[in-house]
Ligand binder design. Structure first.
Ligand SMILES: N[C@@H](CCC(=O)N[C@@H](CS)C(=O)NCC(=O)O)C(=O)O
Length: 209
């Protein structure tokens, strides 16, 4: 059986748990308590030398990097179509997964960290300068996503894919962190359609929404 090592309140846990559930995978959850430093325990570091979560184990195969885990989970269920079989579909998924990990995730993290994570981790009040920096990063990225989604149901058009699970992760704290979404109607429409998927709903840990 697949094993997912996760810290459920983290958005990177959310994306892999939600996809595993969406695809009806049989899997076991192993909790990694990040606030207690369990990611640095020798047993865990042997699975992921980066000492970060999530990690997937499938028999003798171990995989880290959340977006690689998404691709693997979907590739195990080719009939789902979430990991496309055509070169352009695969490249589009890779494009959005790379964009998520290089730009979108670091772009939304400061606002989410200051306004949500600090409170959860007992690390004090939001620093207004960091929030300001986060907002400056957020707007150009939200413009890109909003513009791309115009006229499209999902990131790849009519077909839901792994890319939606990767990029939606950045929106999990959008309400709690008060992302300024007023100008981004397409982005809001897309996330509102995505977030009601049962696998996503089941994996949300408040204040994710
Ligand atoms: N690029 C990695 C990033 C993994 C990552 O940074 N995970 C965070 C939680 S969201 C973590 O484990 N942090 C623990 C630490 O920094 O000690 C992925 O997408 O899996």
């Amino acid at each position: 059986m697949l094993k997912l090592h996760v810290f459920p309140p983290s958005p990177r846990a959310l994306k892999v748990l939600a996809l595993a559930r969406h695809l009806n995978h049989d899997f076991e959850i192993v909790i990694v308590e990040l606030f207690k430093g369990e990611q640095r325990a020798p047993g865990y570091a042997a699975l992921n030398p980066n000492m970060r979560m999530p990690v997937l184990e499938d028999g003798d195969y171990t995989l880290w990097e959340s977006n690689a885990i998404l691709q693997y989970l979907a590739a195990l269920k080719p009939e789902s179509g979430l990991w496309p079989s055509d070169p352009r579909g695969q490249a589009d998924v890779a494009r959005w997964c790379n964009w998520e990990s290089a730009h979108w995730s670091p772009g939304v993290t400061p606002i989410a960290f200051e306004r949500v994570v600090k409170k959860l981790a007992g690390r004090g009040e939001p620093d207004p300068k960091e929030v300001e920096r986060g907002l400056a990063q957020f707007h150009p990225l939200a413009e890109v996503l909003n513009g791309h989604l115009r006229g499209k149901r999902w990131l790849l058009g009519e077909r839901l894919s792994v890319a939606d699970f990767a990029v939606a992760t950045g929106m999990a704290f959008s309400a709690a962190a008060q992302f300024p979404l007023e100008k981004y109607g397409e982005l809001t429409r897309w996330y509102d359609a995505f977030r009601v998927l049962p696998g996503w709903q089941k994996s949300l840990v408040p204040p994710q929404a």
